[in-house]
Design a protein around this ligand. Sequence first.
Ligand code: 9WN
Length: 438
Amino acid sequence: MIHTWKEYILIQKAKNLLKKNYSEYGFTSPAPKLYPFQWNWDSGFIAYGYSFYNQQKAMTEMRTLFKGQWGNGMLPHMIFHENHPEYFPNHDFWDSSTNPTAPKIPTSGITQPPIHAIVVWQIYNELSKKDNKKARKFLEEMYPKLFKLHKYLLTERDPENSGLVTIYHPWESGLDNSPRWDLALERIEVPKGMKYKRWDTQVVESDERPTKKEYDRYLFLVEELKKHNYDDKKIYKDYPFKIKDVVISSILYKANIYLKKIGQVIGEDTKQIDKWLDYFRKGLYEDSFNKEDGFFYDIDLVSGEQIKNKTVAILSPIITGILDAHHIRQLIYDLDGIGFCGGTSCVEHAFPSTGEKEKEFDHERYWRGPLWINMNWFFFKAFVDQGMSIEAEVLRECVLGMIKRHGFCEYYSPLNHKGFGAKNFSWTAALTIALVKE
Ligand code: 9WN
């Protein structure tokens, strides 16, 4: 619901930004200069925003994205519908054709957080208010694609049946430059003097982006994946970066709840989804939960250790709905105690990507401190679902205030709320619409 005239203006600005970032190929770029292609979870958030006022565009965004789905079910993190030769790493670097199940359209060879079933359900909800038949048809069209994606993630990426998804690259996490990956990257030896011309640091300040040391490792890992033909069985046997990602796994659990709802509406047998939900509930507490401090961590499969950095990831199971209001409050107040939000209330202050008391904390460098709207929106939604209306409203006010003052930035400093990264970032605009309307 729109509360004020200022919120109405904010929504108009958000819609204008999304219009500007729209490509004639039927997708919305995250930010045309820095990220000129279609990105996986970005399109999910963007379609979520469209669902409130243009369901046709929301459906197109999803349809264009799934054109990139591989035969094995993997949904790539980047799809190269257009040519932007200046960009690096481009489609020729990824060379997805080394995997026989890759589609004709060039794509990257790794995935991103699977938020799409949540988005498809939201589009259905909005569309069915006007045209129930069309809305149901959309579910029938999307269900097999979504099911295939979830099956890929919970078989090829979880041969252990732990309900937790294994990632092969920091870029798969969506929280790419998080200190969570530092130790695992540290032990990877790369050839000396790797030469390449980065695109990102030509567009935004280099101290807002990953260092050369990190970038060398990102590129080296892609070379390794190519050597393995992006074949999960080969990668699982022998590859240096394999991590059970608690954020992706929590998002997938929530997405499976919506996939089940979708399946039920169109009369599918959803027993397999129930199994996946059970696996996660078990894996979350057996593998990711740390009894000593009560937080949830990723698991590094190469070292066998939990990854103990205090980042936004340790809260991510809040997204699932498994944790009740009492448990969520306990987690949030424990965080206040360890200075995660610098000594103020995390809700009033919004959740940074990395705790302010962490030694790796950097308020301007992406995923190493800044506040991101997508993670805060997930928590806002969880608070609403758990009836935590005060926390939801305080967080919403804080996030919208930041956007009103500094525009639709890619991320914001938790110290002064100033914006960094791309200044016309699509998911910030799309989720602003959601935050106002939900
Ligand atoms: C690499 C597009 C993407 C987001 C990611 C974010 C960033 C890319 C990059 O931008 O990653 O995929 O070049 O840094 O970390 O979450 O999807 O907005």
